[in-house]
Design a protein around this ligand. Structure first.
Ligand code: MG
Length: 263
């Protein structure tokens, strides 16, 4: 008798559960999973290659007012061209933005010389260096073999690009880069790595890769206090924001249409 009673109680219990589930689900509304705040800010996209409405224009071909020499901080002596581009003046040194930056979206167009000269790292070499520490390589990588983690769109000596989507030398190429800066604690120790996502000519070449530390020509990337040449530890504690640099590697590389959006 007792087992039978238990059996029917169990049956009733499950029946209760089913009814309750159906009933409670019927009380759910589509609005329950709608999120209305915050409302994304309106940004007007630029027509064709023009910057969007909230971009910070770093170079539009008019002048070098947003730039200075990377070391002397004096005015830029690179060549300003009639087609609204600029060209590296070999031996003059790199240039940096006067404004420092944290995490950003960067748009920049570049071109290596149409006249092929040199090979490997010696052909159309320049670079875009974020916070003066992390280089996305600029190089003529069209039929120009070099070490894979040093070709165009590599995170120099840290990450090989997924594919080689470079155009021919003398043609304009487009980088769209998402840079998330590393985070440090008050003691200057890294608590979260930064990352790069890079599109070259509309093709994904770096997919959210981890920044291992500073870009180093020789040896391993550095983190912590070691990656702050020229800055005191007190600077380091108060800010990790640094400028964006374009490298003079001795080649006539050109740039144009440079803008960033703060993230
Ligand atoms: Mg370089």
């Amino acid at each position: 008798m007792l087992p039978k009673l238990l059996y029917s109680m169990k049956y009733l219990f499950f029946l209760f559960l089913i009814v309750q589930t159906v009933f409670s689900q019927s009380k759910l509304n589509p609005e329950d999973t709608e999120i209305w705040d915050p409302e994304p800010k309106v940004v007007t996209p630029g027509k064709s290659s023009a910057p969007p409405s909230d971009a910070i224009i770093l170079f539009d071909g008019t002048d070098f007012s947003k730039w200075q020499h990377e070391n002397t901080k004096k005015s830029v002596q690179w060549t300003l061209n009639k087609d609204k581009s600029m060209t590296v003046k070999p031996g003059e040194g790199g240039i940096e933005t006067i404004e420092e930056h944290g995490s950003i979206q960067l748009h920049i167009e570049w071109k290596t010389p149409a006249v092929i000269k040199g090979k490997g790292q010696g052909r159309g070499n320049s670079g875009i260096i974020f916070q003066r520490r992390y280089e996305v390589q600029v190089l003529d990588s069209y039929n120009n073999r070099t070490y894979s983690n040093g070709q165009a769109s590599s995170i120099y000596k840290q990450h090989i690009p997924l594919v080689n989507s470079t155009r021919k030398p003398g043609e304009w190429q487009v980088y769209d880069i998402i840079f998330n800066e590393p985070k440090y604690n008050a003691e200057g120790q890294k608590i979260k790595s930064g990352s790069f996502t890079v599109f070259l000519n509309g093709v994904l070449v770096q997919n959210n890769v981890e920044i291992l530390g500073t870009t180093e020509y020789i040896g391993a990337p550095k983190n912590g206090r070691d990656d702050m040449p020229g800055y005191s530890s007190s600077d380091y504690k108060t800010s990790s924001r640094r400028s964006l640099t374009l490298q003079d590697h001795g080649d006539l590389v050109s740039y144009k249409n440079i803008w960033m959006r703060k993230l």
